[in-house]
Design a protein around this ligand. Sequence first.
Ligand code: CO
Length: 134
Amino acid sequence: MIGRLNHVAIAVPDLEAAAAQYRGALGANVGAPQDEPDHGVTVIFIELPNTKIELLYPLGENSPIQGFLDKNPSGGIHHICYEVDDIAAARDTLIEGGARILGTGEPKIGAHGKPVLFLHPKDFNGCLIELEEV
Ligand code: CO
């Protein structure tokens, strides 16, 4: 069901410093910051030859990233994103198998303008999984 790895998301305590590090020390192709108010995050995408890295920083009062940074003050891997062809079909299959979808269970529009869902980390070896329809 899942296809390519779309991105690995890293929550960072200082977005500018993290972008400068990827651009400078790691020599990566770093994009511009984008505010995603529906998701409570500001993101920067880094294009790698085979996937992307998503730097995540809290936006607004109830950002889901803030609690993660409180527990992991130096930042850390927050989620990984797999591509799927049909997100509604993927969701229905996962729910039938007993997996839990975060939020309402309805896909939201993600940072690439495509529908996304998040799967409960307790159902997937402690790893928060994002599915993105491509
Ligand atoms: Co993501």
